[in-house]
Ligand binder design. Structure first.
Ligand code: HPA
Length: 285
């Protein structure tokens, strides 16, 4: 059922954009700006795409943008479907399945996340090297359709090592250039590596939970990305995951956490983030 729906959605998208696309991106809260920069872009509101859900959260435009970045065609999800919004996991991962049917081979998943480590500052980036799925559910639960992938997919290397090295090198170069030219004396754009811990939300965590996640090895916490990463790996796509640290996690500062702050930090680093994505995509093809 889901397979036929994904094929139908992919066919609709192909009817609107005829270049072959091999790379897709999902832009997290406050990070949607990259989608505005594509050349020869076609924008398709989610409501138009067969079987797509509509995204509801503030800061997510809810459209698929297809276009080129320095001549490389990409598909960009401006706005994603979160489990906390009430969607079924099947709806959350549906765009990944459509990407699979479009022939996409590599996906860049981005998100806004809270830092669990005192060294990871708001505005820093975290390269996801692995994840903890603490959402309480696995998106592949239920009957398996072998046309997507195997019943028991291996998760030893969810986040592709080669793509990680590309992203790390580019982020390091950007940070160095910005630091040396004096525009960024605090190394805002610095990239760390860490484990992304996914929770269902919509509440932010308690300080006790954050202490627990730190003990478990988490670097950052958030409410997305893991379902999409699992669905992408199920279909054999390569995944790159990048978190934008928007705030210190609960209990790590005197301030309560709010969505406004998350969005503002995302917007503050949007320029650096766009530059990073542009450079990484050029190296990915
Ligand atoms: N916790 C969970 N999700 C988040 C956070 C956080 O602190 N910041 C941005 N997304």
């Amino acid at each position: 059922m889901s397979y036929e729906k994904a094929v139908e959605a992919a066919e609709y998208i192909r009817s609107k954009y005829d270049r072959e696309v091999k790379i897709a991106l999902v832009l997290g809260s406050g990070l949607g700006a990259f989608g505005d920069d594509l050349e020869n872009a076609v924008r398709i509101p989610y409501g138009e795409i067969p079987h797509f859900a509509l995204s509801t959260v503030e800061g997510h435009a809810g459209q698929l943008v297809l276009g080129e970045i320095d001549g490389v065609p990409v598909a960009v999800q401006q706005g994603r479907f979160h489990y906390y919004e009430g969607y079924e996991m099947e709806q959350v991962i549906f765009p990944m399945r459509v990407f699979g049917r479009l022939g996409i081979e590599k996906v860049i998943l981005t998100n806004a996340a809270g830092s669990v480590r005192t060294g990871f500052k708001p505005g820093n980036l975290m390269l996801i090297r692995d994840h903890l799925n603490l959402m309480g559910v696995n998106p592949l639960r239920g009957a398996n359709d072998d046309r997507f992938g195997p019943r028991f997919p291996d998760m030893t290397e969810v986040y592709d090592k080669t793509l990680q090295e590309i992203a790390y090198d580019e982020a390091r170069d950007i940070a160095r250039e910005r630091f040396e030219s004096g525009v960024d004396k605090e190394l805002t754009s610095f990239m760390w590596r860490g484990v992304y811990c996914a929770l269902s939300g919509p509440t932010y965590e308690t300080p006790a939970e954050i202490r627990m996640f730190r003990l478990l090895g988490a670097g950052a916490v958030g409410m997305s990305t893991v379902p999409e990463a699992i669905a992408a790996r199920h279909q054999g796509m390569k995944v790159l995951g990048i978190s934008c640290i928007t705030n210190l996690a609960a209990g790590m500062s005197d301030e309560p956490i709010n969505h406004q702050e998350v969005m503002e930090t995302g917007t503050r680093v949007a320029g650096i983030f766009k530059e990073l994505l542009r450079r990484v995509i050029a190296k990915m093809v």
